[in-house]
Design a protein around this ligand. Structure first.
Ligand SMILES: [Zn+2]
Length: 343
């Protein structure tokens, strides 16, 4: 009993240490940002003073020219000199105005970035506190068909919100990014080696050989022997019937017996419904699909072509967070989100 108590204490201290480390990091960056803000604000104040002076000079010169225009005694050379001074003053004013606009837009950008970072920190904190304990409002974000040129961008976005997701990978993808999925704390699942329906669904043995091969690729690249899978096309797919009658009925029973948990999804982002689905549509599909559900598994794709999925991801996370969802990676114990088998 005492031993367990001690273990709990050590874990507690470790969590406190992590939180303090995170906070110091955040404070340091906030301090750096604050310095940028102060520097730009000072430049803007200087610029405003210079603008006022330029305007004053223009007013003085304009007044003098008006006065000289009515004074016939003044030489043409003096008038030309005054006009040239006025021209320079006007140019200086226009340069200062442009600089003024630039500085204002830099300040707006810093403010927007600060708001976003505050939101990210809030989401990360809520998620750390509640993801494990959540009995409702849990969200499993899943990405199929990767890794790809977008994987690192997806990982950076997930990191910025401090949340974990699940990647169902394929053997023909950019396997060099597989280790980062694992080292950055996400779940790696098996999707297929080739993702070629006609070969993997030719018969049960072909499917088993394909899944063994992707399992070995993941193991050799990441050191993880994954026991979570997603069937290409999902367990409800009918395309497999063209190659082998009843194969999904067999595999959905056989794979769990072999120690694999399989997952479909109950929210689809629709990012694969066209070559390039607008980011706003993807966000809408997810948030609409999540409405009224307590526990969701969201289908998205991680391929190089799916740039709008990456674009949509921050709004998806922020929208689901606002609906009360916490985020977690899939584990074999989560077993579920199964669709009806049609073949
Ligand atoms: Zn797929």
């Amino acid at each position: 009993m005492g031993f367990f108590k001690q273990k709990t204490n050590i874990l507690f201290l470790f969590i406190i240490f992590l939180l303090v480390a995170c906070l110091s990091g955040v404070s340091y960056f906030a301090y750096e940002k604050h310095n940028d803000y102060v520097a730009i604000s000072t430049s803007l104040t200087d610029n405003n003073t210079a603008l006022q002076q330029a305007q004053k000079k223009i007013d003085e010169l304009t007044a003098k020219i008006a006065e000289y225009d009515t004074n016939a005694a003044l030489s043409e050379q003096e008038k030309a000199e005054l006009n040239s001074q006025l021209q320079s003053a006007l140019e200086e004013k226009s340069r200062l105005e442009q600089e003024n606009n630039n500085l204002k837009s830099q300040i707006e950008q810093l403010k927007a970035q600060k708001r976003r970072e505050e939101l990210q920190a809030q989401i990360a904190l809520r998620n750390v506190n509640q993801a494990d304990a959540a009995t409702s409002g849990i969200c499993y974000l899943t990405f199929d068909d990767g890794p790809s040129d977008n994987t690192l961008k997806i990982l950076d976005i997930l990191d910025s919100y401090g949340i974990k997701a699940t990647f169902f990978v394929v053997g023909t993808a950019k396997t060099e990014y597989m280790p980062q999925i694992v080292t950055r704390g996400h779940a790696i699942g098996l999707h297929s080696t080739t993702h070629n329906y006609s070969t993997i669904y030719a018969d049960v043995n072909s499917y088993l050989a394909d899944i063994q091969q992707i399992s070995d690729i993941v193991y050799n690249t990441t050191g993880v022997r994954s026991n979570i899978i997603r069937f290409p096309g999902g367990s409800s797919n009918m395309v497999s019937a063209q190659y082998c009658k009843g194969i999904m009925s067999d595999l959905t029973v056989r794979m769990p017996q072999l120690g694999y948990s399989y997952y479909d999804w109950n929210v689809s982002s629709g990012d694969a419904s066209a070559a390039r689905v607008p980011a706003a549509t993807i966000v809408n599909n997810v948030l609409k699909g999540a409405k009224g559900k307590n526990s969701i598994c969201v289908l998205m794709h991680d391929t190089s072509a799916k740039t709008t999925t990456v674009e949509a991801l921050p709004a998806i996370i922020e929208g689901l967070d606002a609906m009360g969802f916490r985020f977690a990676p899939l584990t074999a114990e989560v077993y579920g989100y199964h669709q009806a088998v049609n073949n």
